[in-house]
Unconditional design. Structure first.
Length: 146
């Protein structure tokens, strides 16, 4: 089943280890059917950990085709992967790119985990880029029907 990824940003005041209060923004990548479902799930998930006010500052579509997180790691890497297809109308070769999110500790490990996750899918694929995501993200996979 194809995932419908939504990147949700929640902003709130967090008490740090040194007891200072700091306004933070956390990013959640949520498999949800709609922005409304994503918002409801992030509120439900956050309530036990946040005292005081918070805002959902953004919900936007994240164009990830898949998520490979079976291996250990502490960062997510955005891997731009291409495949070559032949256009049926023009008979010309065409490169098609997609993004896959991979959990790893470094770029070399991300490439290894990507290769492992791609086994049995595309025979030939091209790794265009691998880069660390801009923000630390938490992943919410399980869909709940509202």
């Amino acid at each position: 089943m194809m995932k419908n990824w939504l990147l949700t940003k929640i902003r709130y005041e967090k008490t740090m280890e040194n007891r200072m209060v700091k306004k933070v923004t956390e990013f959640y990548l949520i498999d949800a059917l709609s922005p409304t479902e994503a918002e409801a799930r992030i509120i439900e998930k956050s309530k036990p950990f946040i005292s005081g006010e918070f805002t959902i500052s953004d919900i936007s579509r994240a164009n990830y085709f898949d998520l490979f997180d079976k291996n250990n790691g502490d960062k997510y890497y955005d891997c731009k992967v291409g495949s070559i297809t032949i256009d049926q109308k023009t008979a010309k070769k065409k490169k098609t790119f997609t993004h896959i999110l991979v959990l790893a500790n470094n770029i070399d490990e991300a490439k290894k985990n990507l290769d492992e996750g791609m086994k049995g899918t595309l025979a030939d694929y091209i790794v265009d880029t691998i880069r660390k995501t801009k923000h630390e993200m938490y992943i919410l996979l399980t869909r709940t029907r509202i």
